[in-house]
Write a protein that binds this ligand. Structure first.
Ligand SMILES: Nc1ncnc2c1ncn2[C@@H]1O[C@H](COP(=O)(O)OP(=O)(O)OP(=O)(O)O)[C@@H](O)[C@H]1O
Length: 382
């Protein structure tokens, strides 16, 4: 049965800008650069032809849906497929610790993946202007201004703390800034050695487990990793580095609970990928149950939208704002009803498809614990 590849036009090209991926694809089997998402689902519920997603060109994708309808599960399917695609470097920001199963044994082809339990970034991966917000202070107040100055002066958190200690600001301001930076040090996410874009782009998927971190340090990790991957593809040194750690593979950054990151200090780095990532070949797949909490640019810049069931009017409206003319029915009326079912809006082919997303080849860790399952387990043990 013919596989339809979403995100790719009939002649095999996509709307995305030319990148070095073109060179990789020359003479190669185009199917190797597409990943199976599932099958077409007809109106009567019957299963149609396979549907794949294009991994040859960079894309900006959204996966949305209310709790329990398969958003994280589908993100996992996409990571599995990206990991099996040559020339792609998948990196997952995992705020809930539900993608750890990607590193377990897979059914079918290997899914080479590693989990990093304590992700770190360089302090200077966060632009100085964003340091005050990161540590919860106002850049227009003396404490925030001192934190900003420290970030401009020193590339490491230790160096920033020294700058604050040595400053001639008033005692209260100095103490308050020192306290903020001490708390940031307690997050244990700042390390002058990390992350290395080349290590992240060695071909295996990397899952950055942020489940032990609050929103602010999780945002710091996402911002630092996004900036490192973007800079590496541009072949320019990340802040503070002297060499140019270019990477050949095309990074795909997968972010679950994306609203947390678009509302935090990571937002600017994610927006940069959305608006300028195609030329250097950096892709973003953002998943959220609350599309209305994303900035408008996250919806308008996405060229692939995988829509699981959504019922809140504000969320449906946020997506409908990007509703293309080729979506023939009202988005609310086209909403999938069952978990694992999705409406895929493909701007490249200017088409929508109803897809039954395939089952995971690695264990999915997202289901909520259920009392009924616990009771059954206790009964079996007795
Ligand atoms: N394509 C699928 N095939 C089989 N089962 C699925 C599929 N998609 C979802 N499910 C089932 O639905 C459950 C809920 O999916 P998932 O954990 O992805 O929900 P979610 O929308 O991400 O919710 P949350 O916001 O709580 O993370 C999964 O644990 C799985 O059992």
């Amino acid at each position: 049965m013919h596989t339809e590849v979403l995100g790719r036009s009939d002649d095999g090209t996509s709307a995305a800008a030319e990148t070095s991926a073109d060179r990789v694809a020359v003479g190669a089997d185009a199917a190797a650069f597409a990943g199976t998402l599932g099958h077409h689902r007809a109106r009567d519920g019957s299963r149609g032809a396979p549907v794949a997603i294009d991994f040859d060109r960079p894309h900006a994708a959204l996966v949305v849906g209310k709790r329990g309808y398969g958003k994280s599960y589908t993100l996992g399917v996409l990571v599995e497929e990206a990991t099996r695609t040559p020339g792609v470097a998948p990196v997952v920001i995992d705020p809930m610790g539900v993608f750890r199963g990607l590193a377990a044994d897979a059914a079918g082809d290997l899914v080479p993946a590693r989990v990093i339990d304590d992700p770190t970034i360089r302090a200077d991966a966060i632009p100085p202007a964003r340091w005050p917000a990161l540590v919860g202070t106002d850049p227009d107040r003396p404490v925030g201004a001192l934190v900003w100055h420290a970030a401009e002066t020193a590339p490491t958190l230790d160096g920033m703390r020294e700058t604050v200690a040595d400053s001639d600001a008033g005692g209260d301001v100095r103490r308050a800034a020192a306290n903020r930076l001490r708390r940031a040090a307690e997050w244990n996410v700042f390390d002058p050695a990390g992350p290395d874009a080349r290590a992240l782009a060695d071909g295996a998927a990397t899952v950055l487990d942020c489940s032990g971190l609050d929103d602010a340090p999780s945002n710091a990790v996402a911002a630092g990793v996004a900036a490192a991957l973007y800079d590496a593809r541009l072949g320019r040194p990340s802040t503070g580095e002297t060499d140019t750690p270019g990477i050949d593979r095309l990074p795909w950054l997968f972010i679950d609970e994306a609203h947390v990151f678009f509302q935090g200090v990571a937002s600017a780095s994610l927006r940069a990928i959305l608006t300028r990532g195609r030329a250097p070949g950096v892709s973003l797949v953002a998943a959220t149950q609350r599309p209305s909490a994303l900035p408008e640019v996250a919806v308008s810049q996405s060229d692939l939208r995988v829509v699981h069931r959504l019922t809140a009017g504000s969320d449906v409206r946020a997506l409908a704002a990007a509703d293309p003319s080729y979506l023939d029915a009202d988005l609310a009326e086209s909403m999938p009803t069952a978990p694992g079912e999705a409406l895929v809006v493909d701007d490249t082919a200017e088409a929508t498809r109803t897809v039954a997303v395939r089952t995971r080849d690695t264990p999915h860790g997202g289901s909520s614990p259920r009392a009924s399952a616990a009771a059954r387990a206790i009964e079996t043990a007795e």
